[in-house]
Every structure is written in C-alpha cells, then in structure tokens.
Design a binder for this molecule. Structure first.
Ligand code: CA
Length: 241
C-alpha cells in the first residue's frame, strides 16, 4: 500500500529545484524535474505523476498554460497541481487557481509548509473512499471507515482495489460507469492500468460477492453498473464490457 509518490517539480531556478528534490526525497517522495514549460507538459504526459509542483513564471510557456494543458489531457486531468507564485501578486494566485491548480504556495516558502501542502493534497485525492459512514445497496453494505463489505450481513474478504471498485459502483447506483471512470476513481492518478485490468478485478469481485455478484452488470461496449436486482452478471459474453 505504501508506495512512494512521484512528484514532478517544474521550476526554472536550479537552486530551488535542487532544494525541492532534496527535501521531497528526504520525506519519502520520488521527485523529478522539468525546467521549462514545454518540457513540463511533456514530462507530465509521459509519466503521469501523482502530483505536480508548478512554478508560475517559466521560460517557454507560463505555468498557467502548463496547468491548462495538463488539465485538458485525460491522462493527467486529475493530477493535483500545487502552484508556486510570487507573494506580491494576488492576480497570479487567482490565475493559477482558475486554470485548475488545486492549491498554491507563495514564494518564499518554508519547506515545512510546502511538504504539509503536498501531503494534504495527496491525501485529499487519495481519500475519496474514506471518511463517509457506510453505503448500502440491496443486500450489500460497505463500511467506508472500516473498509469492509458484507453480503446479507456476512463479511466478504475483498482486496483494497476490489473494495474501491465496489464502493465506486455503490455510490453511483444504476449509473453506468465506464472502465475509464472506474480507473480514475479507483486507481487514482499516477497508476497506469489497462481497461482489461478492471475487467479482471470485476470478475474477481463478482465471485467474492457470491449471491450478490450478479448485481454488477456488464453494459456491453460501455462499462459496468450496479443494480439492486441480482441478474445474470454478463448476459451475452464474458466479463468484457
Ligand atoms: Ca520561475
């Protein structure tokens, strides 16, 4: 469960970039750098980091434009962005947030503050599943704090991924979620999986849910849907949506 989060640092001031790399490494992250706008966009798209620390004033392309491009691309649209701005200029901060930065830190900043913001942002993104109470659909019930699922009151032993998948479906009952929806809800940014991986997890999940397995329906060519009725899980073919 503990893997080191990959953080893209976009900063043209070499000293500051080095200091960020040093401190993020020390805090257990896996930082890597880009030093201008265009290579920042390239690096983000090529490696889908878990978080981007983005300086606003950059050669080649301003930080706001980098943020806009990162937000536009489906692969990186949900990667949290922490913007670095100049203290004096409040309009910079507004500009940064309006193009999709999640938070900003003004220069000069203390490493302590920066690390706290990074950690908070990562927690916010990774924590969708925790914090609520419980969800219930038909005979299925999920306890979001305890990370447990029960079928007719009997606990089903799920992996974390299976649990998150099921909760994503339970939180959107009757809605059809595409495999890409599920990937982004379950895997979080920075983890590259194929749609086929989702099919495999769903197949395993159905088995573990026993009599409730049929509540997860395959909508061919689209994705998956959770219904209250137990149907035949995949009417026509295998688990492939
Ligand atoms: Ca700069």
């Amino acid at each position: 469960m503990v893997h080191s989060r990959r953080i893209l640092i976009v900063e043209d001031e070499q000293d500051l970039a080095d200091m960020l790399v040093y401190n993020l490494k020390k805090a257990g992250f896996q930082p890597f750098c880009a030093h201008d706008g265009p290579s920042a966009v390239q690096a983000a798209l090529a490696s889908t980091p878990d978080l981007i620390i983005l300086d606003l004033m950059l050669p080649g392309l301003p930080g706001t434009e980098v943020a806009r491009q990162v937000r536009t691309h489906p692969r990186t649209s949900k990667v949290p962005i922490l913007m670095l701005t100049a203290r004096a200029d409040e309009s910079d901060q507004v500009a940064g947030l309006s193009v999709g930065a999640d938070d900003y830190v003004t220069k000069p900043f203390s490493m302590k503050v920066l690390l706290a913001r990074v950690t908070a942002l990562l927690r916010r993104v990774g924590g969708e599943v925790t914090g609520g109470a419980s969800v219930r659909v038909g005979s299925l019930s999920a306890d979001l704090a305890a990370h447990t699922v029960s079928v007719d009151g009997v606990e089903a032993k799920l992996t974390l991924t299976e649990f998150k998948l099921l909760v994503a479906l339970m939180q959107a009952p009757k809605r059809v979620l595409s495999r890409n929806d599920l990937i982004s809800r379950v895997m979080g940014p920075g983890i590259v999986v194929t749609a086929r991986t989702i099919d495999v997890h769903i197949a395993a999940l159905r088995k573990k849910l026993g009599s409730c397995g049929g509540m997860i329906r395959t909508i061919r060519g689209v994705g998956y849907q959770l219904t209250e009725e137990v149907g035949s899980p995949d009417p026509a073919s295998s688990e492939i949506a």
